[in-house]
Design a protein around this ligand. Structure first.
Ligand code: SME
Length: 156
């Protein structure tokens, strides 16, 4: 789906406004999900997975916008999300069906980006975005989303 990618550059300042609202972490994260989902037409599912402080090497699903998913807990190493928890690198997937280590959220998803959130160099959480469009996210999305995630580490 073609859309005006200049909307991406408006996002970091809007995230600053949300962060300045001073509400609790889950409200802030949900507001960011809503912002991304409502601003970018190809961001069909937007959510956060958080490293469980009680269960080593396991993610739990935090705030999200979009269809409910079965994947409410993901072990490190499993799926795109679990791989990012280990690699600490953003993973851009143009075609999820070409991935062996992938956990399907629903059959409409065609591409995905997962961006890690680090605190003092350690993995604490990640932003996961699914799209119903093939290759929906590119280097420009990656750069903007990494800038947003860098702003979020003080929340953890
Ligand atoms: N696709 C992800 C699982 C999370 S759902 O997309 C919300 C993965 O492969 O890790």
């Amino acid at each position: 789906m073609a859309y005006d990618k200049s909307v991406l550059s408006t996002l970091p300042a809007k995230v600053d406004t949300i962060l300045a609202s001073g509400t609790n972490r889950d409200t802030i994260l949900l507001d960011i999900c809503k912002l991304l989902n409502s601003t970018v037409p190809v961001y069909d599912w937007v959510g956060f997975y958080i490293a469980d402080p009680e269960v080593p090497r396991e993610l739990y699903l935090g705030p999200y916008v979009g269809e409910a998913t079965d994947h409410t807990r993901i072990p490190f190493g499993k799926g795109i999300c679990g791989q990012v928890a280990e690699s600490l690198q953003t993973f851009v997937v143009d075609d999820v069906n070409a991935q062996d280590n992938y956990l399907s959220c629903n059959m409409h998803v065609k591409s995905e980006i997962v961006v890690p959130i680090l605190k003092d160099g350690a993995f604490v959480a990640q932003l996961d975005i699914d799209s119903h469009t093939l290759a929906a996210m590119d280097a420009q999305d990656q750069q903007v989303l990494e800038a947003i995630c860098a702003k979020l580490s003080p929340l953890f």
